[in-house]
Write a protein that binds this ligand. Structure first.
Ligand code: AMP
Ligand code: MG
Length: 549
């Protein structure tokens, strides 16, 4: 089918084009048109065949009802009955505008339009072109969002063209949708309202008209509704608004969200992020700035465009900042959570720094300096040794691989040491079995520290990279020292003679191993003051904007 394009800036200036578009709808065709929320895909709501075409053009599930758009208050009583006073009060306050009310339907509306329900969702759009189109068509217009089912809604002419060209009779180009999110959908229980889908008109807006406590939020708005469970609004059960790559929604303070994204994006060239303007520069991946922090109107306006821009085959996954769920934030969070198929995490509050380096370089001295500044230290080696005494999973794993390291059922550390000391294959086997368990335990400790309000947690981890613990860190730091100093320290610390200490130093990883992997390094020349000065610089880098130095 050839799709006709009408450019309509105002109903007065483009009256002829509007007449033509209206006639298409009157004759049973489909026209996509701008509204203040998103673009709609319109057909004659009173005609079952027109509604059926809408479902097939979108690929929309048959049980997901269409919203019916009207241009004049009188149409409300033609289409619905038993309209509660609360609905009339809300219509007076917010129509024309982004509010859809679910009401008992009259028989003039065919079942196809309402997906077999005995109710209909009705809205009077504020966009002048939308209302003029309804008047020109001479019938109420059934219109879902003008996108292919499951994809982000369309908020510009370009979006609609991409999804609908060749599938419908005409598209009206009327610029960008101002609100950018679909209407708020409510139903009534007597004179009490219940939000089925949050939108620009918020719970607070509705209660301002109906009174405090007179607007509830339906289950499934904020959280996932289990498969098979009944929902009040059929649209709520589908994965929605989604680009092809998986989305992860991240909640929390903006600074914490930024750090969480930075960590998750590290090493993933093909990931993308959506975050508020203030932090968009800081991320190492393709990033879309979604508006100033806390400016939910701007974020709502840009959200679907951002999701569409990132709907590209080369993108592996998308990290999206999820706003707090009050006011308009609830609607944005609702769309994001659905785009993410309810894959939602809370950003870690504190910063985790992984500290590593070769033996004798002075990791403990560096940790002591961090501790002076109030950081909490987790000694991963000590944790491992404690696990060797108490962790049953670890001991069971060891027993399976090295039964001879056990005497009378008791684990013997020295026996295990002998087994792996001169046998690289055995050592590799030990590491492969043990390091993932240590990593999991460290992860638990990080969660615990975060829950108790720790701002900076330093992981003292000699095998930071070998164990994969680096992936849990926001920042990695190498502590290095000249070999002569390290040999002297090891001799003194462990009571070894110089030649043996030299062997230990030469047997370990060289400085390059750490320098190529870590975010930063410090050199411990044996003077505490130089170490302190270097760590001061690192500390300032840990916090965006230096808020906590
Ligand atoms: P869309 O057309 O994509 O904007 O989606 C319309 C939304 O309104 C869907 O979530 C529908 O489930 C909801 N809706 C429309 N009519 C009704 C109705 N009669 N009862 C409950 N929900 C409705
Ligand atoms: Mg939709």
């Amino acid at each position: 089918m050839e799709t006709q394009i009408f450019k309509i800036e105002s109903p007065c200036a483009d009256a002829e084009a509007l007449e033509q578009a209206g006639a298409i709808i009157q004759n049973g065709g489909l026209v996509a048109f701008p509204t203040e929320t998103v673009y709609g895909l319109g057909g004659n709501a009173l005609d079952a065949a027109s509604s059926a075409k809408i479902f097939s053009a979108k690929g929309r599930p048959q049980d997901n009802p269409l919203i019916v758009h009207i241009a004049d208050m009188e149409q409300l009583d033609v289409l619905c009955h038993d309209i509660p006073d609360a609905a009339r009060a809300l219509a007076n306050a917010y129509w024309p505008g982004p509010l859809t009310m679910v009401l008992p339907k009259n028989n003039c509306l065919p079942d196809t339009t309402t997906a077999g329900l005995d109710t209909v969702g009705i809205r009077m759009p504020a966009h002048p072109v939308a209302r003029a189109l309804i008047r020109c068509a001479g019938v109420p217009i059934a219109a879902p969002s003008a996108n292919r089912s499951g994809k982000p809604s369309t908020t510009s002419f370009a979006h609609v063209l991409r999804d609908m060209e060749g599938r419908i009779n005409a598209i009206i180009d009327g610029g960008k949708s101002e609100v950018g999110l679909e209407s708020t959908v409510i139903e009534f229980d007597g004179n009490r309202a219940r939000i089925l889908r949050p939108g620009y008109i918020t719970q607070e807006d509705i209660e301002a008209v109906l009174g405090p406590g007179m607007c509830l939020i339906a289950p499934g708005v904020r959280e996932h509704v289990a498969d098979g469970e009944r929902v009040r609004s059929p649209g709520m059960k589908y994965r929605h608004y989604a680009p092809s790559a998986p989305v992860l929604a991240i909640c929390g303070e903006a600074r914490d969200v930024a750090r969480e994204m930075q960590r998750r994006a590290r090493g993933h060239e093909n990931c993308a992020a959506i975050i508020c303007d203030e932090y968009a520069q800081a991320l190492p991946c393709r990033t879309i700035a979604c508006g100033p922090q806390g400016d939910y109107a701007a974020q709502a306006h840009r959200l679907f465009d951002a999701l569409r821009q990132l709907d590209r085959p080369e993108i592996d996954f998308i990290l999206a900042q999820c706003p707090d769920e009050y006011g308009l934030g609830m609607a944005i969070a609702n769309r994001l959570k659905r785009a993410a198929a309810f894959h939602v995490v809370q950003a870690r509050h504190g910063c985790v720094l992984g500290l590593t380096g070769p033996t004798g370089a002075g990791k403990s001295a560096a940790c002591a300096v961090f501790a002076e500044r109030g950081a909490q230290i987790l000694d991963c080696d000590a944790l491992y040794h404690k696990m060797l005494e108490t962790d049953e999973t670890l001991l069971k794993t060891l027993y399976e691989i090295f039964p001879s390291a056990f005497r009378d059922g008791q684990f013997d550390r020295h026996a295990l040491g002998k087994l792996v000391f001169s046998d690289p294959a055995a050592l590799a086997q030990l590491n492969a079995a043990v390091l993932p368990l240590v990593r999991t335990r460290v992860e638990t400790e990080i969660t615990r520290a975060d829950a108790s309000g720790t701002d900076v947690l330093v992981l003292d981890a000699p095998t930071l990279f070998e164990s994969g613990i680096d992936a849990l860190c926001d920042f990695t730091l190498a502590v290095l020292a000249p070999p002569q100093l390290r040999i002297a320290r090891i001799s003194a610390r462990d009571g070894l003679d110089g030649a043996y200490a030299r062997l230990r130093v030469e047997g370990g990883q060289d400085d390059d191993f750490y320098l190529t992997r870590c975010d930063a390094s410090v050199v411990n020349d044996g003077r505490l003051e130089t170490l302190r000065a270097q760590i001061q610089t690192i500390w300032d880098r840990l916090f965006y904007g230096g808020k906590k130095s």
